[in-house]
Design a protein around this ligand. Sequence first.
Ligand SMILES: NC(=O)c1ccc[n+]([C@@H]2O[C@H](COP(=O)([O-])OP(=O)(O)OC[C@H]3O[C@@H](n4cnc5c(N)ncnc54)[C@H](O)[C@@H]3O)[C@@H](O)[C@H]2O)c1
Ligand SMILES: O=C(O)[C@H]1O[C@H](OP(=O)(O)OP(=O)(O)OC[C@H]2O[C@@H](n3ccc(=O)[nH]c3=O)[C@H](O)[C@@H]2O)[C@H](O)[C@@H](O)[C@@H]1O
Length: 343
Amino acid sequence: MAATSEKQNNSSKPPPTPSPLRSSKFCQPNMRILISGGAGFIGSHLVDKLMENEKNEVIVADNYFTGSKENLKKWIGHPRFELIRHDVTEPLLIEVDRIYHLACPASPIFYKYNPVKTIKTNVIGTLNMLGLAKRVGARILLTSTSEVYGDPLIHPQPESYWGNVNPIGVRSCYDEGKRVAETLMFDYHRQHGIEIRIARIFNTYGPRMNIDDGRVVSNFIAQALRGEALTVQKPGTQTRSFCYVSDMVDGLIRLMEGDDTGPINIGNPGEFTMVELAETVKELINPSIEIKMVENTPDDPRQRKPDISKAKEVLGWEPKVKLREGLPLMEEDFRLRLNVPKN
Ligand SMILES: NC(=O)c1ccc[n+]([C@@H]2O[C@H](COP(=O)([O-])OP(=O)(O)OC[C@H]3O[C@@H](n4cnc5c(N)ncnc54)[C@H](O)[C@@H]3O)[C@@H](O)[C@H]2O)c1
Ligand SMILES: O=C(O)[C@H]1O[C@H](OP(=O)(O)OP(=O)(O)OC[C@H]2O[C@@H](n3ccc(=O)[nH]c3=O)[C@H](O)[C@@H]2O)[C@H](O)[C@@H](O)[C@@H]1O
């Protein structure tokens, strides 16, 4: 019995052969990379990094729900770059070697806005991306989330923890959606031999986050620059671990090009309460502002911190940018966009 389940867990099939179109006379020898959700915050930084390599052609497919062309403006018109307005809940027929599947609203305000659409994006969108990977023999990476651990009862969270998730709550469209997306990835791997990679991303911040995105770091920085009170949601003792976006992009590329399917936690283990985060933003950006306590939303996880032993061992990866170094870089970008010069 043990031997059977062992066998079921490992792919027994070789990956499908790449589409014949890849060797047609029109095809460049370059690595062709699709990034779904590439007009968003993390996706656009990933585009920047992948475009640095002249052997890469990058294609972004995005429906612009929470992303924008503005994030990609320096690449529009570049011969190795293409931007497609596309919703991943519909099939996409293109020829690629790698798929970074990021498409999904990430801020709780946006993913809760139309929960049925969020579920469709996670389930049908991931099915479509896996179908594409199967047809053309591409390797696919899913950006899953630390929210698969729900309100975790084990701290810090290793990948082996199965989580504590409310299946019917207001966050479920996102966290259960990502859990199904992970299931689909492994089923396509076992059943069809698809080469998969799964990253479990922990709270990531940096330049280009939407100013009114609703996530805590962007909220606090925008509030500090506008001279508004920082809104700490009660009780304020809940914790998060914040990863700077350049570290995240480095981790995602290492995972894609490495040998391990994952899931692998990618995040910064530095853990802060929301009151500590507010105090740090106040000290660094605007010492004269107030911090006020406001009501929280349901099912807010009380603590979150990645165990990154696996990322260190398997990817040789660990984050380099500390919160106190990353916040000023984000402040600079927000000052430009909000037109608030430094005194
Ligand atoms: N930033 C984080 O802290 C964090 C943490 C964990 C996981 N993630 C995951 O990383 C990915 C990127 O997150 P982000 O912070 O850059 O978010 P984001 O909202 O800035 O980017 C998501 C992108 O996906 C696009 N999109 C949404 N639905 C789509 C659809 N149906 N079809 C096509 N495009 C669609 C949006 O327009 C946007 O450009 C998401 O999958 C998110 O779940 C992010
Ligand atoms: O990293 C992850 O896995 C997940 O983290 C976030 O979800 P969350 O941690 O709830 O993100 P925020 O909305 O930024 O909230 C973080 C904490 O800050 C608090 N908060 C938020 C906003 C605010 O103005 N004030 C405030 O105190 C919230 O109550 C919460 O405890 C992301 O938005 C998800 O996309 C992502 O998958």
